[in-house]
Design a protein around this ligand. Structure first.
Ligand SMILES: *Cc1c(COP(=O)(O)O)cnc(C)c1O
Ligand SMILES: [Zn+2]
Length: 444
């Protein structure tokens, strides 16, 4: 990373003010040993190595109502306009002027009779997180993470990524006037995501090896150089990502669905979903919890293995799947995720790459469109309906995590029938035509 000073440093509201640094209403608590730490200090793990949870001041949160959130829906600007900060009392109660936001969230919830009937359901609702500012749900966590980075006075942020985290971090760092450092596994991320990281100005380092190798490297670099780490080990990203569940429930007029289904890679998203829903329940804002189903790709399914065997997670070396966003063999947040699945009487399922690309063709063809990992959701729903785990008349919400345009190479490859080892069941290949001598259209 270059040592040039940031040409456009963003004024930190509380520079060097150590006494003020702990003046927040939440604390951090270790998920392994329960030791508590101040809410704002430069730390991602407990001294024991365990990951940290943000614990809120519940007495303060009791003041919020669903009516308050509904009243904020019409806002034209400011934090209320964001689908994360609209719920700020439950996300992170920070000073509004410190927030780094792109009005993330506010994603649409689609009914799709076509996808429902393919999946074997009477109806389906698809929440399209690919409609976030950088095209994935990662923006919800990133707005919280970068806001905390600013609050801590950090000027540089870093992450290891399968692509969407780096795209999101690069954007939010640029907006906040921070330097961004990105580690990505060479040749293993989708082109749209690499393009975003470069375009938003992140220092982009391609490393040999997989995501798990990039993760190890970035933790070391951050510790050595005082850079703020924004991987999903960062507990504040989880707080922002909780807002997927808040917004979904608000979309549903606070009526709890039977199932929420989403893909699982590093498992931050499913952990966040559960944490947020459990907090809504504890505050009396919803009457019960939906069941959570996490879908993994067969080539990267350590959570599935752990869940089916009721055992500790064993990392899967050489994780492999066309759904690059979930190509992760050693998920950081598996314990938190599994806790949520068990607590909601949820399930873990796994699907093959063939099932993923075929589900994707259906989601795309329905006019909605999403990136491969997102479509593991729909492939998983179909499999769970087929197995009788989800009943056709149940109310099912699937999360589409990323945008169709993230991975154009896979889409074109599928429709041209050029994906190695995969059958293009629903191919829609481009055809050639030209104008003949007689002025007639000639098909080739
Ligand atoms: C990050 C990501 C996932 C996986 O989410 P985890 O929190 O790592 O489980 C799935 N789909 C897309 C599009 C992603 O960007
Ligand atoms: Zn601990």
């Amino acid at each position: 990373m270059s040592s040039t000073p940031n040409p456009n440093p963003n004024p930190n509201p509380n520079p060097n003010d150590a006494s003020d640094a702990q003046d927040v209403s939440w604390t951090l608590r270790c998920v392994e040993c329960d030791v508590a730490y101040p809410g704002l200090e430069l730390r991602y793990r407990c001294d024991c190595g365990g990951t940290l949870d943000v614990i809120h001041d519940v007495a303060r949160q009791r003041e919020v109502t669903t009516a308050l959130f509904d009243a904020r829906l019409g806002a034209r600007e400011g934090p209320d306009r964001s689908g994360v900060w609209r719920y700020r009392e439950l996300v992170l109660p920070v000073e509004p002027e410190t927030i780094v936001s792109r009005q993330e969230g506010n994603t649409r919830l689609y009914h799709s009779p076509a996808v429902a009937s393919w999946a074997g359901l009477d109806a389906i609702l698809l929440k399209h997180e690919g409609e976030n500012p950088t095209g994935s749900f990662k923006d919800r966590g990133m707005t919280a993470g970068v806001t905390v980075a600013r609050r801590l006075g950090m000027r540089r942020v870093a992450c290891a990524s399968t692509g969407n985290t780096s795209a999101s971090m690069a954007s939010y760092a640029a907006v906040a006037g921070m330097e961004a450092l990105v580690f990505i596994p060479e040749g293993k991320i989708a082109y749209g995501k690499l393009a975003q990281s470069l375009a938003y100005g992140a220092h982009t380092v391609q490393i040999p090896g997989d995501f798990d190798a990039a993760m190890t490297l970035v933790e070391r670099v951050c510790a050595e150089r005082g850079i703020y780490l924004l991987n999903s080990i960062n507990p504040f990203r989880i707080e922002g990502q909780k807002a997927i569940g808040f917004e979904l429930l608000q979309d549903l007029a606070w009526q709890v669905p039977d199932w929420i289904v989403l893909p699982g890679g590093n498992l931050g998203n499913s952990s966040a979903l559960y944490k947020g829903l459990a907090e809504l329940l504890a505050l009396g804002l919803i009457p019960r919890l939906p069941r959570i189903a996490v879908i993994q790709a067969e080539g990267a399914s350590p959570l599935y293995e752990a869940w089916t065997r009721s055992a500790e997670l064993v990392p899967a070396p050489n994780a492999e799947t066309v759904a690059t966003a979930i190509r992760i063999g050693n998920p950081v947040s598996w314990r938190k995720s599994l806790r949520g699945i068990v607590a909601t009487r949820g399930v873990v399922e796994r699907v093959s790459d063939q099932e993923i690309v075929d589900a994707k063709a259906q989601v795309d063809r329905a006019g909605i469109g999403a990136e491969p990992a997102s479509c593991a959701t729909v492939a998983g729903i179909r499999k769970l309906v087929g197995a009788g785990v989800i009943r056709p008349d149940e109310r099912v919400c699937g999360i589409l995590t990323g945008n169709l345009l993230k991975d154009p190479e896979l889409v074109v490859g599928y429709h041209r029938g050029e994906l190695p080892g995969l059958v293009s069941t629903y191919a829609n290949p481009p055809v050639r035509a030209r104008l003949g001598q007689d002025g007639q259209l000639v098909w080739e």
